[in-house]
Ligand binder design. Sequence first.
Ligand SMILES: [Zn+2]
Ligand SMILES: [Zn+2]
Length: 404
Amino acid sequence: MLTIQQLFQDHFESFEQRHGLSRDMRWAASCLRDCRTPALGSHRIYCPHGHESRLAYNSCRHRVCPKCSTVSRELWLDGWRSRLLNCPHFHVVFTTPPDLLPWWRYNRRRFADALFAAASGALMKLLGDEKYLGARPGLLAALHTWSQSLAAHVHLHVLVTAGGYAPTAGVARWHPAKKDCLLPRKVLMMVFRGRLRAELLAALQRGELTVPPDTSAARLRGLLNRLGRSIWNVKILERYEHGVGVATYLARYLKGGPISNRRLLKFQRDGVRFRCRARSDDTRDGPRGNARTTRTTHLATDEFLLRLLQHVPPRGMRVVRGYGLYAGGQRALLNEARQLLGQVALPAAPPKSPSWQSLCERAGGSGWGRCQTCGTTLLVDYQDASSRAPPGCSRGKTDRLLSC
Ligand SMILES: [Zn+2]
Ligand SMILES: [Zn+2]
């Protein structure tokens, strides 16, 4: 099978000399190139009863690595499956105008903060308004920055509870949203547009934005003025009976990078051929979107690598954020809403994460992590002197954790 890793192994050394890359991009590229190779060292996997023992190369654990995404994606989903409220959810997509892309490229962290704040603020304000819902919803927002052809396409997917929690005359109640309409789309678009413009202008005013080389602060003011009169792409997709389907859809994009190895078709002397969905606008595709029509795209190898690396988020940046009932620190409120919806309260301490063996088995890797002879859970030993522990693992530790 063709892999992204092969491309980085064959081309990255010369590619790096031709292109100025940020520290985050170089780190991601080295992780993608070296994942599960001798460069990252090895660990020993063994049966405690002595039936088997083998060495395996360490994983890089970078969030854009397609090889390392299975366990982290399943862990993320597991956490959210247990937290989501047992009610229908809407899926809303906020897309930023393409004219703002140069500002995103030079200000990824600040731009993402503005986008999250504008979208969540617009939804919380309108849904809190008596005219629409008059209650506090739960929002789970995820940032995506790519289109199917790996071009920059900065948009936010938001999972919104179709209802909210509000005390009425001192009594807590769950207010369900109208069956076929969360909010008027145009009103939501206008509030979002106003908030994102205000966020960016305020950031510019405070000197928090880096001005791209071919433009100026005055031009951004002019651009934002002009964009204030245009229609932005905000979509309220259909309503889902439960949020898990949308969360599963989001999880596919959160870990493992913008393109999976399965979409690679051919490495040619002059570039890379890969599969794309026919529609370039991802935002029209929800979990039930028609993703069956495909086309192939060809990009020069350098262009392919550049496009892929532009989607590496700055280190430590949160690409998923919860608001309202789904915000961190709102456990008490979330539990009250759960009670109203007939769900048991969340435990005070998060439940123990499932083992990597069970996550791999759930993802289709049956037999992983168990002794072929006695079925006992295999243990992992990082103490091998020739090995380097994978990033995030303390050296010299023997434990049951392993990325797969
Ligand atoms: Zn990896
Ligand atoms: Zn055994």
